[in-house]
Design a protein around this ligand. Structure first.
Ligand SMILES: NC(=O)c1ccc[n+]([C@@H]2O[C@H](COP(=O)([O-])OP(=O)(O)OC[C@H]3O[C@@H](n4cnc5c(N)ncnc54)[C@H](O)[C@@H]3O)[C@@H](O)[C@H]2O)c1
Length: 313
């Protein structure tokens, strides 16, 4: 039987590329994009689209039935920097949207769920280098608290009700198709735009703040690999650590200077510095490697080359 897929929050940074990749793989009509707003032209014109609020259980149930959906990717969320400004709105969106899909799966209206977690589940007491899968977490941001709670609920629904929910703790994601949506690692996308448009960038993090990062193609590849893995091979039902590279603002600036020698960077840290300081600087993803053969392809220099090349055209 051919499957039908629903992406919730499809117009965001990850959802846009995820939807286009899934449409290539499974056919345009098989991948329904949804969001509370319209997205890019390529997304809107390549297949079905529904305006859908992830916190509205009945509306979600209706869309699932109409398109005979079996697989859901829940990408709607309020990200780390914005969530610090609107804590209750972030909590309501991040938790209620997750409960909606978990409960619909419990009612057998969805077979498989992908829900993204984040490195924000870790906090200031977490070992910073090569952070293990299982360690002290204690997140100190609204966003991180919602992601850690989400992980606990995913594992609970898997253990109690057999809900097939799968998750990854994404690092900061770098992409050229869609701008990021209010996270602490957004600087690593903005910097390429500014390097090309203005030749300079003022970074909101300090020059030596190392964070785990990943190019979008690797993140999408990991997501599809996890979703295609046999259920028995998935041993982690909270969320998998995932890693490809770690760098700080001064290192990304140097990598850009290899292509644009006159590029200048300045530093003016704001409230996002405290969020970044609470997160790991590198991640141990050996469980993902072992359970579903995860292997990244993009390092910093390849990311820089690809970003500059695509943003130029
Ligand atoms: N981008 C990253 O670097 C990163 C890193 C770690 C985890 N994540 C997680 O991945 C997921 C997607 O992130 P993203 O970067 O694409 O975010 P984004 O902000 O770019 O996109 C989120 C989308 O959700 C939509 N949305 C907001 N409220 C909604 C609602 N009530 N109903 C339906 N849609 C709604 C928004 O319109 C937006 O298009 C989130 O769960 C995020 O926490 C992202």
């Amino acid at each position: 039987m051919e499957k039908y897929i629903l992406i919730i929050g499809a117009c965001g940074q990850i959802g846009t590329e995820l939807t286009l990749t899934l449409r290539e793989r499974f056919g345009n009509e098989h991948v329904v994009a949804s969001d509370i707003r319209e997205g890019s032209e390529s997304l809107m014109n390549s297949g079905p689209f529904e305006i859908l609020d992830a916190t509205n259980y009945d509306a979600l149930e209706e869309v699932l039935a109409y398109y005979e959906i079996s697989e859901v990717y829940l990408m709607a969320a309020m990200l780390s920097a914005t969530a610090e400004k609107f804590p209750m709105r972030a909590w309501n969106l991040n938790m209620n949207s997750l409960f909606n899909v978990l409960n619909l799966a419990k009612e057998k209206k969805i077979d498989t769920i992908f829900w993204p977690s984040s490195i924000a589940v870790f906090g200031p007491n977490t070992p910073k280098e090569n952070t293990p899968q299982n360690t002290i977490m204690e997140p100190s941001t609204v966003y991180g608290i919602s992601k850690q709670s989400g992980e606990r609920w995913c594992e609970y629904y898997y253990n109690k009700f057999g809900v097939d929910v799968r998750s990854i703790r994404y690092p900061g994601l770098i992409s050229w198709k869609t701008m990021p949506g209010g996270g602490t690692t957004d600087y690593a996308v903005e910097i390429y735009h500014k390097a090309l448009n203005q030749g300079s960038y003022t970074c909101f993090l300090k020059e030596d703040t190392s964070l785990p990062m990943m190019f979008m193609d690797d993140a999408i590849k990991a997501t599809l690999q996890l979703m295609e893995a046999e259920s028995e091979s998935i041993k982690v039902r909270s969320a998998y650590n995932l890693s490809s590279m770690s760098f700080n603002p001064s290192e990304i600036a140097k990598s850009i200077q290899n292509h644009i020698p006159d590029f200048k960077i300045a530093y003016d840290p704001d409230f996002r510095q405290a969020i970044a300081d609470s997160w790991p600087s590198s991640i141990d993803d050996s469980e993902a490697q072992k359970d579903w053969n995860w292997k990244p392809e993009f390092d910093l220099d390849r990311t820089t080359e690809t970003m500059l090349e695509n943003l130029k055209s």
